[in-house]
Ligand binder design. Sequence first.
Ligand code: 3HC
Length: 316
Amino acid sequence: MALPRTLSVIGAGQMGIGIALVASLRAQIPKVLLYDRDPAQITKGLAFMDKLLEKDVSKGKISEEQAKAAKERIISISHSSSSSKDGDESGWARELGERGTDLVVEAASERVSIKESIFRALTQNLSKDAVLASNTSSISITKLAGAAVDGLGAGVSRASEEGKACAGRVVGVHFFNPVPVMKLCEVIPGLQTSESTLEKAKAFAVACGKEVTTSKDVPGFVSNALLMPFLNEAIMCLESGTATRDDIDKTLRLGMGHPMGPLQLADFIGLDTCLAIQETLYEGTRDSKYRPSVLLGRMVDAGWLGKKSGKGFYDY
Ligand code: 3HC
């Protein structure tokens, strides 16, 4: 299965940076366009990537030449560098199209409205052959495919041949944090994802050094339908005073051999992301077992988002 020549990663947060890195270093995709609307986010992400590459060189895992080549394959694009600075909201998407993107991995915030508007802009501007993948943790791939079809214009219905072909190019590729370390990519076909799109997504993940599992398009897929109730239960234990933070985490680390306790892991993922995923699970299933804990909501209200904000269940 041919790999993409030009990959666009949308979002330079911890997931987007990790995906761009493994795509460049491991899969050796010739051109990796890294887009974020915030130039500061790109600067921060690229600096972190440099540190990871330097560490790999110093440990003898890769050569200096490999690190240099991996960096050179990555081209950053932000509002300030794309035509969108002229007030053209989808200028960034046009730039990704003009540069020949044949695979997109969207890794923006875990919000349906944000992701839908990205997918609409992508179909307006990219080649009709490009594969449109999302790194969403929980949002329906079929829903994002619907937004992609809407991007073709009011004249194209979702059930038309053109609509079906467009939806067929949308797929989920769910990586795990930290992307360079975690060995899995969960691939999710939506209801209309074509066999060839699914195969391209799997081939890309394997080239990035990942093992692949497949999940149906249900809220949270396999991974987060299992992980999030576990993390939520740990937060509820803390909330109800069953045990202290340290004892909850220690129980899972030392009793069950988890590399991180659940409260530390929730901080690591990001409490806003955990809440967004739990809300998708709860709303998507209407099952009370997925109800997010009140404490989690309050912490997000307080801006205590975990490691990335300097405070969560722990201080950083
Ligand atoms: N980015 C890249 N590499 C990182 C990293 C990061 N943020 N953090 C750590 N690493 C690397 C280190 O550089 C080191 O690499 P090396 O072996 O080449 O030196 C290696 O990971 C081990 O790091 P450390 O020795 O510093 O620390 P630990 O041994 O404690 O491991 C950990 C850190 C790998 C993060 C480990 O604690 C772990 O596996 N934690 C669980 C992570 C997890 O469950 N992730 C999935 C979250 S769920 C998800 O992402 C899905 C989403 O939809 C919510």
